[in-house]
Ligand binder design. Structure first.
Ligand code: C2E
Ligand code: MG
Ligand code: MG
Ligand code: MG
Length: 269
């Protein structure tokens, strides 16, 4: 009896493995189609100056309008894109789309910056710098209006770091995203220049918890200043969080308090 049950269990297990593998193949094929056929949609979230509440720019955040599945957030497909290498064409679509949108704002007289998330895997691909140059050249966006967001995982990837240094040489700005949650070491931070530190939303949300958290956030803001970078706090949901961060010297912020990511027509002048 035990043997027979064991055999049945193995069959169920095999079937589940097979189904999972098939689903993954399907997702991968669908994602490729999505990149090729324009199912990717960019939403934009305002970045505000905490002193004046003025919008200074927008972060582009990708979504996938997947037939039969609705509008998917990046959490549902970025990992797969990275594993399959599709992040390279996907990231390039995002880059070009965001540069085009920024130029559209400029022609309306709104001199806003645009911020684009770039995966470490994308950054270390051989074509990255060429794609970046081409995106800037074809859209005409001044490099200083573009900021690339990278996560602290870049420190662990030598070719990504090399590309990043060349990026800064072109005048495009670099932001460290989700700061404080990853692999930063003080030795990397003082060795490699970058322009913006984005304070992760987990810190913003924990601000009221303990004096310890508040102290750590104050240190991040001071550290950024010492390194010549400015700070953007993420995930601001309450006026109290905004006030605290402004008083602590944080210059910029993003969060549902100021606006959720949405289509560009949601953000008229
Ligand atoms: P991120 O770069 O840290 O982006 C901020 C995320 O926090 C966004 O989620 C945004 O919608 C969300 N957010 C902003 N303000 C608030 C707030 O006040 N409260 C809460 N609860 N959430 C807030 P989203 O759009 O789901 O993106 C998740 C992550 O996916 C991004 O984190 C980024 O790492 C990645 N991602 C998005 N677009 C791209 C892309 O084009 N390429 C790559 N490689 N990654 C992307
Ligand atoms: Mg980001
Ligand atoms: Mg990010
Ligand atoms: Mg972040």
């Amino acid at each position: 009896v035990a043997k027979r049950e064991g055999g049945a269990r193995i069959r169920v297990f095999r079937r589940e493995m097979g189904e999972r593998l098939l689903a993954r193949q399907r997702d991968k094929a669908d994602l490729r189609v999505a990149v090729d056929e324009g199912q990717l949609v960019l939403h934009y979230q305002p970045i505000v100056d905490l002193a004046t509440s003025a919008v200074t720019g927008f972060e582009a955040l990708v979504r996938w309008q997947r037939p039969g599945h609705g509008l998917l957030g990046p959490g549902a497909f970025i990992d797969l894109a990275e594993e399959t290498g599709l992040i390279v064409p996907l990231g390039n679509r995002v880059l070009v789309g965001a540069c085009e949108q920024a130029v559209r704002w400029h022609t309306q007289g709104r001199m806003l910056g645009v911020t684009v998330n770039v995966s470490t895997r994308q950054l270390s691909s051989a074509s990255f710098l060429t794609s970046l140059d081409r995106a800037l050249a074809t859209t005409g966006l001044p490099p200083a209006r573009l900021t690339l967001e990278v996560t602290e995982s870049v420190w662990a990837d030598e070719s990504a770091m090399k590309a990043l240094m060349e990026v800064r040489g072109t005048g495009v700005r670099v932001a460290l995203d989700d700061f404080g949650t990853g692999y930063s070491s003080l030795s990397y931070l003082q060795r490699y220049p970058f322009d913006v530190v984005k304070i992760d939303k987990s810190f913003t949300w924990a601000l009221g918890d303990t004096a310890r958290t508040a102290g750590v956030v104050r240190c991040i803001i001071d550290l950024a200043e010492v390194l010549g970078a400015h700070t953007v706090a993420e995930g601001i949901e309450t006026p109290a969080q905004a006030a605290w961060l402004r008083d602590a010297g944080c210059a910029f912020a993003q969060g549902y308090l100021f606006g959720r990511p949405d289509l560009p027509d949601k953000w008229p002048a």
